[in-house]
Design a protein around this ligand. Structure first.
Ligand code: ADP
Ligand code: MG
Length: 253
C-alpha cells in the first residue's frame, strides 16, 4: 500500500473550504465543512449514501450553491458573480457516475465541443487535443464511434478524456465507477491512477477502497452532512477513530 510519490507536490492550496454550510430548503445538508486541498493532492471522500458527498463536490464547481462560509478555488472565491463561476469551471473538471455523453455526437465530437465553443480553440487544434487525451485513456481507436457503441467502461473513459480536453487543474470525480459492471471498474480506476501519478489534483468520491489505499494522500469520511474523520489511508482503514467510521468500514470492507 505504498502511496504514489508526487515529487512536485507544492504547498499551494488550490481548494479552500471554510465553515461552509448548505441547505436544501429547510434541510441542513452540509454542516460546517472545512477542507483544504493542496496542488497535486489526491483526496478520497467516502461515507454512507445521503451523507452529502455529492452535494459537497457539486458546491466546489457551483453546480450547487452554498449559503454560509467560503469556497475559494485557487484565488477565486465562489460567489454569485458569473465571471467567478466561469473562472472556477475552467480550472475544475468533473466526472460523474453517469457519463452524460451526447449520444448523437461521435466520440471525437463529444470531446471537441467544449474546447471549440467555450475555449474558442480551432477545430484542428481541438481534434489534436482530443486525440491526445483519447490515447491517454487508451481509446483513440474508437474516436469515430458513437457513445452507444461503446461499453460503460469505455464511455466513462471518454467522459474523463472529455474533461481533460478543457485542461483543468483540478478533477472532481463523483462515484465514477458505481454504475459500471465489475469487469469495467478496473479500466476506469487505472485511468484515474495514471492521472494521479501525473500530479493531477483530485477529489474523488468513491467506495473503491483499494484505489483509496493505493492512490489517496488523505481519506475523508462524511456522515450526516459533516466531515467526521480524515486521515492518511493506512491510518483511516487500519485504525478508524470514530464509531461511525468503524461501522461504515465494517459494512463495506
Ligand atoms: P451522497 O452523495 O453522500 O449520497 P447527496 O449529497 O446526494 O449524498 O445527498 C445528501 C442529502 O441531500 C440526501 O438526504 C439527499 O436526499 C438530499 N438531497 C440531495 N439533492 C437534493 C436536492 N436537490 N434537493 C433536496 N434534497 C437533496
Ligand atoms: Mg452521491
Amino acid at each position: 500500500m505504498s502511496n504514489i510519490q508526487n515529487q512536485f507536490l507544492s504547498d499551494a492550496i488550490v481548494i479552500r473550504i471554510q465553515n461552509m454550510h448548505k441547505w436544501y430548503g429547510e434541510f441542513h445538508v452540509l454542516k460546517n465543512i472545512n477542507l483544504e486541498v493542496k496542488k497535486g493532492e489526491r483526496i478520497v471522500v467516502c461515507g454512507p449514501s445521503g451523507s452529502g458527498k455529492s452535494t459537497m463536490i457539486r458546491c466546489i464547481n457551483r453546480l450547487e450553491e452554498h449559503q454560509q462560509g467560503r469556497i475559494i478555488i485557487k484565488n477565486t472565491e465562489l460567489t454569485n458573480d458569473v465571471k467567478n463561476i466561469e473562472e472556477v469551471r475552467r480550472e475544475v473538471g468533473m466526472c460523474f457516475q453517469h457519463f452524460n455523453l451526447f449520444p448523437h455526437l461521435s466520440i471525437l465530437d463529444n470531446l471537441t465541443l467544449a474546447p471549440i465553443w467555450v475555449r474558442k480553440t480551432s477545430k484542428k487544434e481541438a481534434e489534436e487535443l482530443a486525440m491526445h487525451y483519447l490515447e491517454r485513456v487508451k481509446i483513440s481507436n474508437q474516436a469515430k464511434k458513437f457513445p452507444g457503441q461503446l461499453s460503460g467502461g469505455q464511455q466513462q473513459r471518454v467522459a474523463i478524456a472529455r474533461s481533460l480536453c478543457m485542461q483543468p487543474e483540478i478533477m472532481l470525480f463523483d462515484e465514477p465507477t458505481s454504475a459500471l459492471d465489475p469487469e469495467m471498474i478496473a479500466e476506469v480506476l487505472d485511468v484515474m491512477t495514471s492521472l494521479a501519478k501525473d500530479g493531477m489534483t483530485m477529489l474523488c468520491v468513491t467506495h473503491e477502497m483499494g484505489f483509496a489505499r493505493k492512490v489517496a494522500d488523505r481519506v475523508i469520511f462524511m456522515d450526516g452532512g459533516e466531515i467526521i474523520e480524515e486521515n492518511k489511508p493506512e491510518e483511516f482503514f487500519d485504525n478508524p477513530q470514530n464509531e461511525r467510521t468503524q461501522l461504515f468500514l465494517s459494512q463495506i470492507l
